[in-house]
Design a protein around this ligand. Structure first.
Ligand code: 5GP
Length: 132
């Protein structure tokens, strides 16, 4: 089966700026960063998304969190703060079908969820209907 871009980066077949690697995870700089620090953390086992995690994947998942902490320290944002995000599926905005966590920091981050004006209007309308 064809490997996707993150599998190739994991296997060293595609260039990436790898900042951390151990038995469980690989972390590399996002090619199109949204913050001074924008690192992608993936499990070394191919899992497509959060929807696909299984009980037996728990070591990968805990090591992603432990890795995020180490990498935040490595980039000197552990004290200033940062955010760890995973996008799942179409509404979540997931573009690459390989579970990954965005570690972002190095500036004051905006609102956690930013909706377009039309989506926000739709959401508010729905909310007011539900409250009737
Ligand atoms: P998603 O939208 O799936 O949560 O995030 C995918 C992320 O992967 C995006 O932020 C995008 O910039 C990053 N990305 C896509 N292709 C590449 C690549 O070839 N190399 C690196 N380093 N990052 C990539």
């Amino acid at each position: 089966m064809n490997k996707n871009i993150f599998e190739k980066i994991r296997d060293g077949e595609e260039k990436a700026d790898i900042v951390y690697k151990d038995d469980y995870i690989t972390a590399f700089k996002d090619i199109d960063p949204n913050a001074p620090v924008h690192i992608l953390i993936i499990p070394n086992k191919k899992i497509e998304s959060l929807n696909d995690i299984q009980e037996e994947d728990s070591s990968y998942l805990s090591n992603i969190l432990l890795g995020a902490k180490k990498i935040a320290k490595q980039f000197n944002i552990d004290q200033s703060g940062y955010r760890l995000i995973t996008n799942c599926g179409s509404d979540g905005g997931q573009e690459v079908q390989y579970l990954h966590f965005h570690l972002v920091g190095g500036l004051k981050l905006g609102k956690m969820i930013s909706l377009s004006k039309s989506e926000k209007k739709k959401f508010n309308e729905l909310k007011s209907l539900q409250n009737k």
